[in-house]
Design a protein. Sequence first.
Lengths: 407, 629
Amino acid sequence: MPSAFPPGEPAPEDGSLPDSALEGMPGRPFSVYLHVPFCRVRCGYCDFNTYTLPELADGAAPEGYLGAAHTEIELAARVLSTGEDRPVSTVFVGGGTPTMLSPDALGSLVADVRDRWGLAPGAEVTTEANPDTITPEVAAQLAEQGFTRVSLGMQSAVPQVLRTLDRTHDPAGVSRAVRAVREAGMQVSLDLIYGTPGESQADWQTSLDAAVALQPDHVSAYALVVEPGTRLHGQVRRGEVAAPDDDDEADKYELADEVLSAAGYGWYEISNWALTMDRRCEHNLAYWSGADWWGIGPGAHSHVGGVRWWNVKHPRAYGDRLGAGRSPVHAREILDEQERYAERVLLGVRLADGLPVAALEDAGRHAVAGLVGDGLVEGRAAVRGRVVLTLRGRLLADTVVRRLLPG
Amino acid sequence: MPALSPLARPESVPQPAATPPEIIRNFCIIAHIDHGKSTLADRMLQVTGVVDQRQMRAQYLDRMDIERERGITIKSQAVRMPWATGTPAGDQAYILNMIDTPGHVDFTYEVSRSLAACEGAVLLVDAAQGIEAQTLANLYLAMENDLAIIPVLNKIDLPSAQPEKYAEEIAGLIGCDPEDVLKVSGKTGEGVPELLDRIVEEIPPPVGDADAPARAMIFDSVYDTYRGVVTYVRVVDGSLSPRERIAMMSTKATHELLEIGAISPEPAPTKGLGVGEVGYLITGVKDVRQSKVGDTVTGERRQASTPLGGYKDPRPMVFSGLYPIDGSDYPILRDALDKLKLNDAALVYEPETSGALGFGFRVGFLGMLHLEIVRERLEREFNLDLISTLPNVSYDVRLDDGTELEVTNPSEFPAGKIASITEPVVRGTVLAPSEFIGAIMELCQSRRGTMLGMDYLSPERVELRYTLPLAEIVFDFFDALKSKTRGYASLDYEPSGTQEADLVKVDILLQGDTVDAFSAIVHRDKAYAYGVQMAGKLKELIPRQQFEVPIQAAIGSRVIARETIRAIRKDVLAKCYGGDISRKRKLLEKQKEGKKRMKMVGSVEVPQEAFIAALSQDGSDAEPAKSKK
Ligand SMILES: Nc1nc2c(ncn2[C@@H]2O[C@H](COP(=O)(O)OP(=O)(O)OP(=O)(O)O)[C@@H](O)[C@H]2O)c(=O)[nH]1
Ligand SMILES: C[S@@+](CC[C@H](N)C(=O)[O-])C[C@H]1O[C@@H](n2cnc3c(N)ncnc32)[C@H](O)[C@@H]1O
Ligand code: SF4
Ligand SMILES: [Mg+2]
């Protein structure tokens, strides 16, 4: 079951944005996210906005979706047109499983983005993919369509863990997919999940070793979150499987950081490691640094100049709205100064680059010494004027944020 | 339903102020809790015609919301009812003043006040349960007051009723003939007219000097938002009439009588009240302390010289700290206590502060039910959220240097140099089927009881008498007793002095800091158990902090139990966000809100909920409402 939306206020039918959001916009980096809401099966832990084809049956399926997405791109271009050029710095196609669509179909979306806004030179164009959807042919076609990067949902290298996660691929499929992507000349990123019920430290070590052995450019390691409404949530509530344990996850995070660092991957965001600086995920960095992006597709979130909005979730509702010439926005939030500040702190502190101390309000600046004393923030970096989390601080980032923010 | 009394027709009913004492009968209904006093009162209201079918509702006289919800009587209620009995010369009219009383041990003082306004008592016994502990306690009280006792078995409609058996039991107890025990059903009304006839026959009419200066006993005093203080009186001598000025004999204060009346069953003004009559007065005073229970009312112009014998003030048995969860509610709590006090003479309180809980009040209660009810009323009627600390009794502590102090709060317990500690004890009476004697003796022994004696009421029922420390029975003893006797035992107790005891204060320390709200005074033998239990509870309740938090239980500087809350290692949400930053920010705002509900104990953040849960009694002695047997 897809997760619930945050509360927000109604948005205008024509999709227009307040002037405040657009002000100064051409000078800021701009990204595009494309959400593809389809999967072959729904994994028991997943609350992303995604649907299996039998769930949708009729016209809401891929063809309808593609048409609607193109319409939304057109709408976005209209709303944002300020007469000036605004080349897109990153494009990220996520899901769901984008590769449920053909490379041509995905390519047509990217092409549309390029046609409307233009792509910045060397722009990062990523798609997520389930390992068992990537063949050498598919990879080659994706590269041809302009993709530069593929993020593969590896999750684990231990068959038992993959089964618990309801994954359809096996470990061998991951290495085949990695090879295919690399041979097509694209960068590879691997997603891992730790803390799956029944996963031992040794299992996790196995998965990390396997990931490193595949020499990806980038690794994301996520702690399993039991989201309300998912099948996993039901199993935990009924006591059929054990709930993830924070201490176990902390151990696994530390192990991940150790194994990845030893293999040359540096952390640049709490859940992300890259082999070199230029192999970090620029699109992800855009999120953390509060950049502008437009999210196309059902349930997609967007942010432009302090306005956040999100589209209706169901592909049918999404298609119907756009078909009727209306904006697909479900609700939006116009952030006030305080909320924008909270977000800058909350997002920025997750990055290895950290947060400039100078960007903090008094209360935050005064909290830094205590955080250094508690071993949550790097003392050396603080002296140089940046708040950078220590390993312990990364695990306790919520505490750090609460202490940096007033009230 | 038996035929209504002919006196239900208003024109033939003797009116207040014009009723000769010879035709007045003042009685109360006394019984063990739940034996059906209020239900029997309902039938009396109906059969005498003061409440008609349409207005009737079950337990009519349980007027407070909390009484109706819990199905118990907390306040006594007096009602004037007409009744006629046939004589050879025709019907003779009578006036019955009936007082329904509470059955729970916490409210025994209500019963004793009611008794003082009567010449007789209906001793009601559930025909399916037989004599229980408060049956005995209330019977003793009535006998002490020289009242005529009419023994009655109730609930004879129940299939499980054993009227013959229990008639024997009662006859054995009060020394009458089993045939003299009336049998009624408060549910069907069977036997109720006969009972009213018997009341007329056996309860003596009030005697008083109609020509003497007025003397009326205040047996209740209630604050009413609309009418001010309503004072309930029983006239002994003389008479009171509207618009005259009255004087309170203890304070000499005088007041104008704005209204005088009788309750039948709603208050209605009358031309006055004469010898033996029961009714109410309104003088316009705003504070019940100006119209004190136990005081004697007389006329201003013709004052009586000797007051009637008053009542002892009820003494609080249990003390607990009450704190508003939101510290800014303190003034509201203070006003609320002042207001409740207007109707509850038994409520005593004084301000206190706690390092952990802030500003609050130390409040004295008659027992755990009283505590529960006061707390519930404060929360409901004044919209307060409260934390109450672990209840305790009061101790007298003598120091080596001879100083004596009264300790009603563990934080006042002196450190070291204690010569002796005295604790209150009670005389407890347990009634139960004889098969449970062993279990009851074992329980009383574990509660530091000393056996005083044992009597068989019948071959299968025994009465066991014990001296027990109040602190051992007032909190969870009743639950333990019920569970060891499958619910068959009943308990009554009354204060019976003090005794020296080996008591200690157990402190609970978080990260080395004492949390005053968790300190308790316990017997040395039970200190360890308390320490282990509290430390264990807190370990579950206090969320993990950034550092390890040791929890210790200690007597003075000697640690007797310890637990550790391990440091938290991870709180970050390390999941793919998919751009939903708003959700993340909202979560953070909620966490911040949660922080505000934290109390700092040293550097440890303790959620309010942890205080509430740790301080909640799992198993208080307040009898739950109507546990249907
Ligand atoms: N079957 C039956 N039930 C009765 C009778 N009288 C009372 N009850 C029930 O017994 C329960 C207690 O009745 P109350 O009249 O509230 O008892 P009480 O003695 O006033 O109780 P307290 O005021 O709390 O001491 C209620 O559920 C009544 O319905 C009776 O004659 N027959
Ligand atoms: C948007 S998902 C889609 C990727 C692709 N469909 C797949 O599963 O291979 C991106 C990543 O989020 C992570 N993820 C999804 N649900 C999660 C959960 N409940 N807890 C932690 N990580 C989760 C997985 O690692 C997944 O690869
Ligand atoms: S394949 Fe990916 S998006 Fe689809 S259900 Fe599984 S985790 Fe979620
Ligand atoms: Mg009652």
